[in-house]
Design a protein around this ligand. Structure first.
Ligand code: ADP
Length: 462
């Protein structure tokens, strides 16, 4: 199958979150099972193009919109670039000259989140009559419904469309533009990154105002859990951590913990439970309930190391808390891939108290590093982590349901109690290290999804 994969971020070239990990790994897995997959992505400032990720990547080059910007979507300080609509409309338009230049007609165009959604609409409306672009199936993946690409309606002309598309079954959303609707309305099939999130976004609570539209498209809406790339995330081969380890040599993990404590100027105590957290500092990630639970966590004798960047209010909150608990808190307010690896490798527990979580990669990476997740039961976290049962040894972590500081703290308490019972803890660690969240299985599910999209444009077999 010939697939054009369109993404606004991709490891190893650009990254703000999970989409970049997916974009770097899914194409690789699809190529390995024999598909002709090509990726199209913007070239941001200082992005080296010489790195080989194992599949062809075509960059959209535009000095003004991308080449001169170090941030992907935002200025430092978390403010969106004011011309994001113009930037990503230009990127989406650029896909078509690329296809012509390559003289290559994909069977499927797979777009991801609002930044690439307009490609689908251009194909379906603007290039409707173009003989070289007939019967291309489209797939739209939602990595996070919280980001809809909302803009003032007066920007509509910059998309290249007229006011006839400013309607409910077009780009209109509460009298604004929502570029994500280009995907929701026009894609042949839609998917999200976990089965639970696919169900949740059809409810008023999680649907961000689009639940009605998504319920109307329920027959075309699927959920496929993300994998992770074990070539990159593997404690047995990871060159960036102080001490490599595997399930058989799990005792060596403690050396990474000591290094993590040292790097955060925390007392180097082997017995203190260390909880790690790596996240964009956004409302989604549960920082408000964390703030309410922190004092209780400190009383349990935990050390807590956070790595993240995002909303100013959370930078300030964490900086304040650090003053209160200098010997128990490690705060790293930046994006730092090496520091992330050290946390995955060195922490005992990994916290994800998300308000919502489409899939979540942190818990999957933590599994591989024997770092037991504490998660709220939502989205992909609910699909991948089940509460540990000390009697049956079932479960992969510690799970709480209510979005509250109290429920979070209760889960941390259970986790810490279990941590101190080594007869339970070590088997739990080695069990989660052996879980398989490689991309192989998920890539096959994407192939079936592409088949469904092809059927919708009247092509059944390739
Ligand atoms: P989201 O896509 O909502 O940000 P995910 O859990 O799906 O959340 O993916 C987050 C990815 O980004 C993980 O690979 C995580 O390790 C990484 N990450 C998040 N924040 C940072 C940071 N400050 N430094 C390094 N890596 C980070």
């Amino acid at each position: 199958m010939k697939i054009l994969y369109v993404t606004s971020e991709i490891v190893p070239f650009s990254k703000t979150g999970g989409l970049a990990d997916v974009a770097g790994a899914l194409p690789k897995a699809l190529k390995e099972i024999g598909h002709d997959i090509r990726v199209y992505t913007p070239r941001y400032k200082d992005v080296p193009t010489a790195i080989d990720p194992g599949f062809p990547v075509f960059f959209f080059e535009d000095q003004r919109y991308f080449g001169s910007r170090a941030g992907l979507y935002q200025l430092p300080g978390g403010i969106d670039y004011p011309d994001n609509l113009e930037r990503f409309a230009a990127f989406c338009q650029g896909a078509f000259p690329l296809l012509k230049q390559l003289r290559w007609k994909p069977d499927v165009i797979h777009c991801n989140d609002w930044q690439s959604a307009l490609v689908i609409m251009y194909l379906k409306l603007k290039y409707k009559a173009d003989p070289s672009l007939q019967r291309i199936a489209t797939v739209y993946s939602v990595h996070n419904l919280g980001y809809l690409g909302m803009f003032d309606k007066n920007k509509l002309p910059a998309t290249g469309f007229g006011w006839e598309v400013f309607k409910q079954d077009g780009l209109e959303f509460w009298d604004h533009l929502a570029l994500a609707k280009a995907g929701f309305v026009y894609a042949d099939v839609i998917n999200t990154v976990s089965p639970t999130y696919a169900r949740e976004i059809q409810t008023a609570e999680y649907g961000c105002g689009l639940d009605g539209l998504l319920r109307a498209r329920a027959h075309d809406l699927y959920g496929i859990i993300n994998g992770i790339d074990y070539d990159l995330w593997n404690p047995a081969t990871d060159q960036n951590i102080p001490k490599r380890f595997s399930p058989a040599t799990i005792v060596l993990k403690a050396e990474n913990k000591l290094a993590l404590q040292k790097a955060n100027s925390l007392p180097q105590k082997k017995e203190a439970p260390v909880i790690g957290m790596i996240a964009r500092l956004a409302d989604q990630k549960g920082l408000d309930i964390l703030a309410g639970a922190l004092e209780g966590m400190m009383k349990l004798g935990c050390q807590f190391v956070v790595l993240g960047t995002g909303d100013k209010k959370y930078h300030e909150l964490l900086t304040e808390l650090k003053k209160k608990y200098p010997d128990q808190l490690g705060i790293n307010l930046k994006f730092d891939a090496a520091q992330a690896e050290l946390i995955y490798a060195g922490a005992d527990l990994f916290l994800m108290p998300s308000r919502y979580e489409p899939c979540g990669l942190g818990q999957l990476i933590s599994f591989k590093y024997g770092t037991v997740p504490i998660v709220r039961k939502t989205g992909g976290l609910a699909d991948t982590v089940h509460d540990f049962n000390a009697k049956t040894a079932e479960g992969e972590g510690f799970v709480f349901t209510d979005y509250s500081a109290k429920a979070l703290l209760a889960a941390v308490k259970r986790a810490v109690e279990t941590y101190h019972k080594k007869m339970l803890w070590v088997p739990l660690q080695t069990k989660i290290m052996d879980l398989d969240y490689s991309w192989d299985a998920s890539a096959k599910q994407y192939v079936s999804l592409y088949m469904k999209a092809l059927a919708k444009v009247g092509l059944s077999a390739l």
